[in-house]
Design a protein around this ligand. Structure first.
Ligand SMILES: *Cc1c(COP(=O)(O)O)cnc(C)c1O
Length: 370
C-alpha cells in the first residue's frame, strides 16, 4: 500500500459549514460575551444529561477548580486515579489539598474502588472519578467505602448514557480533541440549587446578575431602571471563568451532530476489533470511544508506534501514570498501573476518519506483525 501524504492524526476535531454558519450569525449579531447562547447551551446540556442545572465555563480544569471552591474544600486530601489527564491531580494543589493517587482497574482503567478504600483517611475531602475513554467508573462501589463528595470527571464521556448522574457533580470538557469541542470549554452539571447558585457567582467575580441580564432587565422586575442596569453589589470573592456566546454557538452546533460523530467512532472501534492483528488486544467496548486505547502484550509497543509513525499514522498513550511525574511522586504501590501503562497505545479514532483511513491503519498494523 502506498504511504499517504498527509499525517493521520490520532485525534482531531471536526467542523463543517453548519458550524461556520452558526458562528457567522453570532459574530455579526453583536453579542459575543456570556449571553443567550450560553443560556441556551446550559439548558440544552442539562436536559441531555438529565440534571437540573448546568454552568458553562472555560474548561473542565477550571470547572473542577470551581467545584472545589463551591464546596469550600481548601485543605486535606483528594483522591483521583493515576491513569488520567493531569487536571485531576493538579487542581487539588491549587486549593491547598494533597493529591492522593489511586491505582486503576486492569480492564477499565478506571479508579479501583479497593484502592480508594486503602488510600482514604479522615482528611479525604473528595474523590475525583474519571470515566476513562467513555467507560463509566464504578461509582456505586466507591460509595460503599467513601460517603463524601464524588466529582465525576466526564471529560471523556460525552456522551455515554448515564454519565454524569452517579457523582454528586459532574464536569465535562470541550477541549479541542474531545467528542464535541469549541477549542476550549467546559460545563458543570449538578442537581443542587445551592451549588449551582454558588458556581454562577464564582464564574463572574461574584457579580449577582451578569451583563446580559442587566442589559435586558428593563423589561423585567427592575422597572425603575429602564435601559442598561449598571449597578450591582459584590459580597464574595469570584473568578472570571464563564463561557462566552461564541464558544456556546459552536457547541450548540456541535451538539446537533453528536450522533453522527459517535457513530463514526463506533464504526472505527468495531472494525479495529474485527480486523487488527491478534497481538493488539481488544479494549473493553465503549459507547463513546473518545479514543481507541488498547494494549500490546508482547513488548513491541514502542516499535509499533515508531513503525506506524513512519507510515504517517500518529499514535499516543492515554495516559502516562501521574505518579511518575516528579511533582506527584507517591509512597504507595501501583501494582496495575505500573505494569499496564507500558502496554498502552491509542490508535487514530475520530469523526474526521473515513473508511480508507480505517483500512489504512488496519493494513499497517497487520503488516508490522507479519
Ligand atoms: C481533557 C481532560 C481534562 C481536561 O479538560 P480541559 O477542558 O482541557 O480542562 C480533564 N480530565 C480528563 C480525564 C481529560 O481527558
Amino acid at each position: 500500500m502506498k504511504i499517504r501524504k498527509k499525517v493521520l492524526p490520532v485525534l482531531r476535531p471536526l467542523g463543517d459549514e453548519k458550524d461556520v454558519d452558526a458562528l457567522r450569525k453570532t459574530i455579526l449579531g453583536g453579542w459575543w460575551g456570556r449571553g443567550p447562547k450560553v443560556e441556551e447551551l446550559e439548558k440544552k446540556f442539562a436536559k441531555k444529561i438529565g440534571t437540573k442545572y448546568a454552568v458553562a465555563v472555560t474548561s473542565n480544569t477550571i470547572g473542577i477548580d470551581l467545584v472545589l471552591k463551591a464546596y469550600n474544600i481548601n485543605s486535606g486530601n483528594i483522591l483521583s486515579p493515576t491513569i488520567s489527564f493531569v487536571t485531576t491531580a493538579m487542581v487539588p494543589l491549587w486549593n491547598s489539598c494533597d493529591s492522593k493517587l489511586c491505582d486503576v482497574d486492569k480492564i477499565t482503567n478506571n479508579l479501583d474502588p479497593e484502592s480508594v478504600k486503602k488510600n482514604m483517611n479522615k482528611k479525604t475531602k473528595a474523590v475525583i472519578a474519571v470515566n476513562y475513554a467513555g467507560i463509566p467508573c464504578d461509582i456505586d462501589k466507591i460509595r460503599k467505602y467513601f460517603n463524601g463528595l464524588i466529582i465525576e470527571d466526564c471529560a471523556l464521556s460525552y456522551y455515554t448514557a448515564g454519565a454524569g448522574l452517579k457523582g454528586d457533580v459532574a464536569v465535562w470538557s470541550f477541549q479541542a480533541v474531545k467528542t464535541i469541542s469549541c477549542g476550549d470549554g467546559g460545563i458543570i452539571t449538578t442537581n443542587s440549587k445551592e451549588i449551582y447558585n454558588r458556581l454562577k457567582l464564582l464564574t463572574n467575580f461574584g457579580i449577582p446578575n451578569d451583563t446580559y441580564q442587566r442589559s435586558v432587565s428593563q423589561n423585567s422586575k427592575q422597572k425603575l431602571q429602564p435601559g442598561y442596569v449598571w449597578d450591582f453589589n459584590i459580597s464574595n470573592v469570584g473568578y472570571k471563568s464563564y463561557m462566552n456566546d461564541i464558544q456556546a454557538t459552536l457547541l450548540l452546533s456541535q451538539m446537533n451532530k453528536i450522533n453522527k460523530s459517535i457513530n463514526t467512532r463506533l464504526k472505527i472501534q468495531k472494525q479495529y476489533n474485527a480486523e487488527l492483528p491478534k497481538e493488539i488486544s481488544r479494549p473493553i467496548w465503549s459507547n463513546t470511544c473518545q479514543f481507541y486505547s488498547t494494549k500490546i502484550e508482547n513488548g513491541s509497543r514502542d516499535e509499533l508506534m515508531k513503525f506506524l509513525s513512519s507510515k504517517k499514522i500518529h499514535t499516543t498513550i492515554h495516559f502516562k501514570p501521574i505518579h511518575l511525574h516528579s511533582l506527584f511522586k507517591q509512597n504507595n504501590k501501583f501494582r496495575v498501573a505500573d505494569i499496564e501503562w507500558k502496554k498502552f497505545i491509542s490508535l487514530p479514532c475520530h469523526a474526521a476518519m473515513n473508511q480508507e483511513d480505517i483500512e489504512y491503519v488496519i493494513y499497517w498494523c497487520n503488516q508490522f506483525y507479519k
